[in-house]
Design a protein around this ligand. Sequence first.
Ligand code: NAD
Length: 374
Amino acid sequence: MSLISGLDRFTLCFSSNLLSQEEETKSWKKLIKIAVSGAAGMISNHLLFKLASGEVFGPDQPVALKLLGSERSIQALEGVAMELEDSLFPLLREVNIGIDPYEVFQDVEWALLIGAKPRGPGMERADLLDINGQIFAEQGKALNAVASRNVKVMVVGNPCNTNALICMKNAPDIPAKNFHALTRLDENRAKCQLALKAGVFYDKVSNVTIWGNHSTTQVPDFLNATINGLPVTEIIKDRKWLEEEFTEKVQKRGGVLIQKWGRSSAASTSVSIVDAIRSLITPTPKGDWFSSGVYTTGNPYGIAEDIIFSMACRSKGDGDYELVKDVMIDDFLWNRIKKSEAELLAEKRCVAHLTGEGIAVCDLPGDTMLPGEM
Ligand SMILES: NC(=O)c1ccc[n+]([C@@H]2O[C@H](COP(=O)([O-])OP(=O)(O)OC[C@H]3O[C@@H](n4cnc5c(N)ncnc54)[C@H](O)[C@@H]3O)[C@@H](O)[C@H]2O)c1
């Protein structure tokens, strides 16, 4: 029996394979439904197999994967579904494919929104915000209509902070706290650079925050970061390197990778999506935290309200998070945070027509780019 089901016109086979009662063992948890958009894309090609293998939600957690593609990618989506089926993952109980978010998002508990249009040659950043914003407005409405009332939404498709804001604004019945923009890849990159500079293994680096937008204005925070429990600034004494080289390396890492590899980071992005999900479903180690782009309203730092901004989060492992209060913010950090904030406020004005906040005005700062752009 095939696991795959989908829309009539695209379906490989119609029988889905919901767990029958006799198949359910007592040690298995209740099936969770996970939607992945852009499922035929490069990032998903890594991520889906991690989700199906149990690496993300655990070895006793059966999953249903609901794959959302675009009209153009539907053939590829069928191919991805076939590969998933051929992998014989014991935990993968159901695969649905489709191009209608109202069908695909039905009852989902997680929505990993990766699908987006890339910035074409000569395309203004404002056009990209508009084209992708429309996708996320529609997907927000669909989540609002049919997803689980406590669905956790992780927006990866760029520009991810503002796309997450648009999605959230179009889903008023889902808690604003449930929306995340992925900045975990940036955090991982920052940890890697600090570990290399200090000559220690990655796992010795903790408390690294990425503040702000997933763009070249992002602020990798070395002030609060620690290595072996000591402030990074005590281990790496070269302040100029920290302020200039480290910061720029993290901000532009994606672009450098594209130059070398010829395509955007997909494997490491999928790893960081796994990290981001696991950070929400497992308790954060004592004293540590993780970065995620989350809703700023009520934040303790004085960052402008009503935007999606990457900040320091801690979780009890219940899917929810709280913002970390005990962080230091000096003038250097604050000035940079304000620049990223200004960029996100400008992006927000530029998509006002998609968030129900009136007429869009696009006065985007000229010098900012997605990390993948040079
Ligand atoms: N936040 C991050 O850290 C981060 C890192 C890397 C990439 N990204 C972003 O992730 C996105 C996807 O990257 P990729 O390398 O997988 O791209 P990709 O081009 O390989 O895949 C994107 C897929 O999305 C599909 N798609 C387009 N519109 C869609 C829609 N409305 N609904 C569903 N699917 C749709 C496309 O057909 C394509 O298959 C890009 O926007 C990229 O910039 C974000």
